[in-house]
Design a protein around this ligand. Structure first.
Ligand code: FES
Ligand code: FE2
Length: 457
């Protein structure tokens, strides 16, 4: 019997007409390995987690937060990753500085809040004090120390810091590559979204009983949509995704939105979601009954004009960006679901002590809009926020998994993924078998292994 020819042998294109260099243009697939992913210790073994931290997290660029949370001189934020903690602060000249969040006296953490403002950092134990620029301000009862102990007037230990797209990145590497070199094609590809202009409208951090990679892997493929998120089949084509694998472990998948899944038999009639998408841009759903296949293209044609009517300029977006979910993975632990209107940001952080726990951070960002009646599209599952004028920055909610709903789609993942973490421990499990629909997972682990083998020092 001959095997059916897989359409995954070809690549799906969300904008077949995109020219080389255009944001939607697919990059050629690099060669990837095959076979099972059999090294499962990386999900359970505390010794592996220590090597992982030293060779991966301590050597790459990591997203520490939003630059808008450091708007004024003296603003600072705390970023924890594994057992490390970093303070990023805004200086009077507008530059950012980052330091390890640790006092040089006896090693106490200097700050414990997520955000703060001030000109000095005062340790809560014996009041040693540092200036905003990291220089030492004062040692309490200095005369009681031998001079050799403190003659270096220790400044706070610096960490590299840079900004892109309104995000702050840090690197604990002694000599990291420039952030823009590390990000490779991402800044050019994401330019149209103007992420730096978006405002935070939701901010959650959830403690989750899985290794951070088990959690991340679930967000790197669309293969599970039909089973975990069947409601999405009425308005997402979960099969014809465009996958792009970039340098340095970054990747993207573009999910066509406003189109039915090919898994559904009825490809013609409208459903509530497609009707809502048409209505949201001022198109009459009744005119599309029986023509569900035409909805996505109709929204792409209509949306720039509709956007102008509510005071937004969508002229910079390509057709696919006007409807589809552009999902990026920024190596090693950050994902973006980008829409013309805003974005969902997810970050996966290892737990400081337990390799089988992680922090799953979710932020929703949105563009401000002049029209006070405008609301984000329903399918984004975002909070109902007035985006005109000043948009108040919500406080960060800290939850344990199960404490509160994260929204239906994220709940569906959060509820299921611990079953993967548990099952992978079984003697009966021989290793992970990946399809081409999951090629981003394989590409991630190929880059991950380069770090773990010490080839990315
Ligand atoms: S530990 Fe910070 S001043 Fe003593
Ligand atoms: Fe999911």
């Amino acid at each position: 019997m001959t095997e059916p020819v897989s359409p995954y042998g070809r690549s799906f294109l969300v904008e077949p007409q995109a020219r080389p260099g255009a944001a939607a243009c697919k990059v050629a697939d690099p060669p990837l390995g095959d076979g099972l992913l059999g090294d499962l210790d990386k999900y359970f073994d505390p010794a592996h987690a220590r090597v992982e931290f030293d060779r991966l997290f301590a050597r790459t660029w990591l997203c520490a937060g939003r630059a808008s949370d450091l708007a004024k001189a003296g603003d600072w934020l705390r970023f924890d990753i594994g057992a490390e903690s970093v303070i990023v602060s805004r200086q009077p000249d507008g530059a950012l500085r980052a330091y390890y969040n640790v006092c040089h006296h006896r090693g106490a953490r200097l700050v414990t809040d997520d955000f703060g403002h001030g000109q000095r950092f005062v340790c809560g134990f014996h009041s040693w004090t540092w200036n905003l620029d990291g220089s030492l301000h004062r040692i309490t009862d200095r005369e009681t120390f031998d001079s050799g102990t403190i003659c270096d007037n220790p400044p706070l230990s610096r960490v590299h810091v840079d900004e892109w797209g309104g995000f702050v990145f840090i690197s604990m590497h002694d000599d990291p590559p420039p952030l823009t070199a590390f990000l490779d094609v991402l800044p050019a590809q994401l330019d149209a979204y103007r992420m730096q202009d978006m405002v935070v409208i939701a901010d959650l951090s959830v403690e989750w009983e899985v290794n951070w990679k088990t959690a991340l892997d679930a967000f790197m493929e669309g293969y599970h949509i039909h089973r975990r998120h069947p409601e999405g089949l009425g308005w997402i084509d979960d099969y014809h995704l465009q996958h792009d694998l970039f340098a340095n472990g970054h990747s993207r998948m573009i999910l066509p939105v406003a189109v039915k899944s090919p898994r559904l038999n009825d490809q013609d009639s409208l459903n509530d979601e497609l009707r809502a998408m048409l209505s949201e841009v001022g198109l009459d759903p009744a005119a599309f009954e029986g023509r569900a296949r035409e909805v996505r293209a109709a929204i792409q044609r209509r949306k720039p004009e509709w956007a102008r009517s509510v005071g937004m300029d969508y002229g910079r977006y390509s057709p696919s960006q006007l409807t589809d979910d552009w999902n990026y993975f920024v190596f090693p632990n950050l994902t973006f679901n980008l829409h013309a209107e805003g974005m969902l940001v997810m970050r996966f952080r290892p737990h400081p002590r337990d390799v089988e726990r992680c922090y799953y951070d979710v932020m929703v960002l949105a563009h401000r809009v002049a029209d006070p009646h405008y609301r984000l599209p329903r399918y984004m599952g975002a909070p109902d926020v007035d985006l005109s004028g000043e948009v108040p920055r919500p406080p960060r909610a800290r939850l344990r998994h199960g404490d509160a709903s994260l929204g239906m789609v994220l709940d569906q993942d959060a509820e299921f993924v611990p079953r993967v973490q548990q099952g992978m421990r079984s003697r009966g499990f021989k290793g992970i078998r990946l399809s081409r629909q999951e090629r981003r997972v394989r590409a991630f682990y190929e880059e991950y292994d380069r770090y773990l083998r010490d080839e990315r020092s």
